[in-house]
Design a protein around this ligand. Structure first.
Ligand SMILES: Cc1cc2nc3c(=O)[nH]c(=O)nc-3n(C[C@H](O)[C@H](O)[C@H](O)COP(=O)(O)OP(=O)(O)OC[C@H]3O[C@@H](n4cnc5c(N)ncnc54)[C@H](O)[C@@H]3O)c2cc1C
Length: 813
């Protein structure tokens, strides 16, 4: 009986924890159960030790539920300890951490994501006006862009392109209509950048910069009315070209450590003595700087003469300077790899600026870092993720087609298993990346500024692009390597490091920001504990701390129980919000979310403030968090696309790959856990039946690859939103040849079967003639085969140049 009671008790406690029943209710439930069992004498006779132990547990739980008592005995003591061990944080670190909002990242950290909330998020849809812009001016601009000419002959965007960009207000996507801007949604903004990037990276970056973190964005949120009325209409029309200078030679990733200074002083401006600042700066890598007309500048303001008050160091400040201000040095160019957008340094020494030039005026001095971090929290989710997804989509479109057109050993190379592997990765990753792009944009268009999720998509979609382009290069072989107008991959390949490096270099973003910021912002209790511990009014602080710390303990216990129960049941111990083939993935993600939350918490509790120096652990936890988000995004996408059966291989490949990555990342954390014994125990809790998630199977992989080798609805959805060329250019020729090759496939097969010879670009003239003469194919089929082979020959061709064109007139040795 005692054993039975014990079993019932443990089970009840587990169910209570699993469902996160409040403490007071827990005590009541336990008392009721005991009373019932004792009344029916079910636990009689039981050993005395057991009754005592059980009594002690009950009294402890009851004690804990009495707040004044538990504060006196436990939380007030923990409070002092917590205050002592709390990591020191600089003001800029705090501002970066606090930037933006928490959205689905909070659900992942909860260990119990509310899927219905995700599925209720409206599907992102372009408005009619936005769609017209994409089909009109954006398509027209894409037709104007000749990638090879721009990169190798002009080495800049040609003047007609600049004029077109200004005329159609491409630089004003984030500017409200009342200032003459396009006032687009985040989705439309991303769609424009993505389409342009699929054609020419230089044009995409040129459009991206004025629309992302820069003068317009800062003015919109923080500018004075006067500044907005002056600048926004001029920025919208392209009369002003902006750039924003944050990075200094000594302060790159650690931008807040910039040495650039603005000293508050009186100075002469337009013939009058006014209050302002003497600014000195040395910035580099600034996009659009060489031809900008207005320079956004971040520097540290200081007031050594006490003109504004008694504070000397005022903090990072942002200002807007017309570039023709005396002393502004600007105009020379850097040469980024793979693209020829304007980028260069700017310097200035003791340049006097009036206070009116500070964004937001004098009141905003010292608030620059907060302003930048807030803007980055949303902006980072749009441009570079769009650029990365464009790379994935173009690689899908071109590589699938090329692998079908290009034959070796008389077979399209896409049918070889070795090629199938990278082709599968290209398709699967593109599906996942686009899903994450869309979900994050949906959040943005709901008014969220999800700082952690924007870091995730910035990192993952640029990293995914790197992997995809590398795979695409391998599949193209020599065709990808030889430069020239026939090569549609080389610039995307060369320019890869740009998006990896800017707006938070990827190593730093993965190993420091994603989990570091997520753990504090998206964790349900940690920030509350930290805020309570730093609350100056100690009384309130202690009260809030007590609530946070006991909720935190309950949360950790619950995650442990949930991880174990879900692990033991193969994720069956939870419900999915949907039925059908995607249902199991919701359950598995719920399970991994509980495991992630438990492991993340254990790392934080074990390492305390030191966790930020353990970047390898932080990076692995970031990988798990990233794939929990990517997985959620794929499930949402599948629903938004109305569950197309033919997309199932893409969903399966993406989900299996993400679940496997989550498992491996968490195992990596546990293998390197700071306290090995604890790591072992947590491993038993989270993976009680071992590592059950496997890599996607070859069978699923083959189905994904096959989707890329033919024309079908899945492939169209996968590549939706990029510019599809039908002209006589490199991409257009691939699209045409692909269509023709598929169209002539039956005829080719008939020839091969009947004449025992495969059609190729070398033999097709004679072979097709023989096939017609012997009645194997009709004349109409013969025409199709001829056209397909002619088109294929154009696709597999690469460029060669006269030596003088490559070597110029440089003297030979
Ligand atoms: C083409 C281009 C355009 C740009 N446009 C602009 C612009 O318009 N305006 C502007 O202000 N800036 C711009 N930048 C600057 C860009 O934001 C910086 O290059 C970026 O912040 C990284 O700085 P860094 O290049 O000095 O690298 P570093 O800071 O020297 O970093 C080098 C490496 O160390 C890693 N690293 C650094 N610290 C850590 C850490 N704590 N943990 C782990 N890894 C770490 C980084 O991830 C990186 O891989 C541009 C840069 C380029 C290349």
């Amino acid at each position: 009986m005692t054993i039975l009671f014990l079993f019932a008790l443990v089970l009840t406690l587990m169910l209570i924890s699993y469902n996160r029943v409040p403490l007071v209710l827990t005590v009541v439930i336990l008392f009721v159960i005991t009373a019932l069992l004792t009344n029916f004498r079910l636990i009689y006779p039981s050993p005395t030790w057991f009754r005592w132990s059980f009594g002690i547990v009950m009294v402890t739980l009851a004690g804990i539920s009495i707040k004044p008592l538990r504060r006196l005995l436990i939380s007030d003591r923990l409070f002092s300890l917590f205050r002592r061990v709390l990591p020191r944080m600089s003001e800029t670190e705090k501002e970066a951490l606090e930037a933006g909002t928490v959205w689905w990242d909070g659900e992942i950290f909860s260990g119990r994501p509310r899927w219905k909330k995700l599925l209720k998020t409206p599907k992102p849809v372009l408005s009619e006006r936005e769609q017209e812009f994409l089909d009109g001016p954006v398509d027209e601009l894409c037709r104007m862009l000749n990638d090879w000419e721009i990169c190798h002959h002009h080495r800049r965007l040609p003047d007609p392109v600049w004029a077109y960009l200004k005329k159609h207000r491409f630089f004003s996507m984030i500017i409200p209509a009342r200032y003459g801007g396009l006032e687009f949604s985040a989705l439309a903004h991303s769609a424009v950048v993505m389409k342009l990037a699929s054609r020419n990276i230089t044009a995409a970056v040129t459009v991206m910069v004025p629309n992302s973190l820069g003068p317009a964005e800062l003015l919109l949120h923080y500018g004075t009315e006067e500044q907005k009325n002056h600048y926004l209409p001029r920025l919208a029309s392209g009369a002003e070209i902006p750039c924003f200078a944050l990075t200094s030679p000594s302060a790159g990733s650690d931008a807040a450590g910039m040495p650039d200074k603005g000293i508050v002083c009186m100075g002469e401006f337009q013939g009058e003595e006014v209050l302002g600042m003497r600014v000195s700066w040395n910035k580099r890598y600034i996009t659009l700087a060489p031809l900008a007309t207005v320079l956004g500048l971040a520097f540290r303001a200081c007031d050594p003469d006490g003109l504004l008050g008694d504070k000397e160091e005022l903090g990072i400040t942002c200002a807007l300077l017309p570039v023709d201000t005396p002393g502004v040095e600007i105009g020379t160019r850097h040469m980024p790899v793979g693209a020829v957008f304007m980028n260069g340094p700017t310097r200035g020494e003791d340049v006097f600026i009036p206070m009116d030039w500070v964004i937001g005026g004098q009141a905003r001095i010292g608030q620059g870092w907060r302003m930048l971090m807030q803007s980055l929290a949303a902006g980072r989710a749009i441009s570079l993720p769009a650029l990365g997804t464009a790379g994935g989509k173009m690689a899908t479109l071109m590589t699938g087609a090329y692998a079908r057109i290009r034959k070796q050993f008389d077979t399209p190379i896409g049918y070889f298993e070795g090629v199938e592997e990278p082709l599968t990765r290209i398709g699967g990753r593109t599906y996942r990346m686009d899903a994450a792009r869309k979900l994050t944009l949906a959040a943005l268009d709901q008014g969220e500024k999800p700082g952690v999720l924007s870091a995730i998509v910035k990192y993952q979609l640029t990293e995914g692009n790197r992997q995809i382009i590398n795979d695409a290069m391998d599949i193209h072989g020599g065709k990808g390597i030889i430069k020239g107008p026939n090569n549609y991959l080389s610039h995307a390949y060369e320019a890869l490091p740009i998006s990896i490096t800017v707006e938070g270099a990827n190593i730093l973003t993965r190993s420091l920001i994603i989990f570091g910021q997520g753990a504090i912002r998206a964790h349900p209790w940690l920030l509350k504990e930290m805020n309570a511990a730093t609350d100056q009014s100690s009384r309130n602080g202690r009260k809030d701390f007590d609530k946070a710390v006991f909720s935190h303990i309950g949360y950790t216990i619950s995650n442990g129980v949930r991880a174990l129960m879900l692990g033991l049941s193969g994720s069956w111990a939870t419900r999915s919000p949907v039925r059908g083939p995607s249902a199991r993935y919701y359950r598995h993600l719920t399970r991994m979310s509980a495991a992630f939350a438990l492991i993340a918490d254990s790392v934080l509790l074990t390492l305390g403030g030191k966790f930020k120096y353990r970047e390898k652990l932080s990076g692995r936890l970031a990988d798990a968090l990233i794939h929990l988000y990517m997985g959620s995004a794929m499930l949402k996408r599948f629903e938004d696309d109305e569950r197309p059966h033919e997309d199932l291989p893409l969903l399966q490949w993406g989900m299996d790959d993400s679940l496997y990555t989550i498992q491996q990342s968490l195992m990596g954390v546990l293998q390197n856990f700071p306290v090995p014994l604890l790591g072992g125990i947590i491993r038993l809790i989270c993976f009680p039946l071992g590592q059950t998630y496997k890599k996607p199977t070859d069978r699923v992989g083959r189905k994904v690859a096959r989707l890329l080798l033919s024309e079908n609805a899945s492939r169209n959805r996968l590549t939706d939103g990029v510019y599809i060329s039908d002209s006589n250019d490199a991409e257009g020729r691939v699209n045409t040849a692909f269509h023709l090759v598929l169209d002539s496939a039956n005829a080719e097969r008939a020839i091969r079967t009947a004449l025992k010879e495969a059609v190729s670009v070398d033999n097709y003239v004679g072979l097709v003639k023989r096939a017609v003469e012997s009645g194997v194919i009709t004349e109409e089929q013969a025409t199709r085969v001829r056209l397909a082979q002619e088109a294929s020959a154009l696709v597999i061709a690469v460029d060669d140049f006269p030596r003088s064109e490559i070597e110029g007139d440089s003297p030979a040795d």
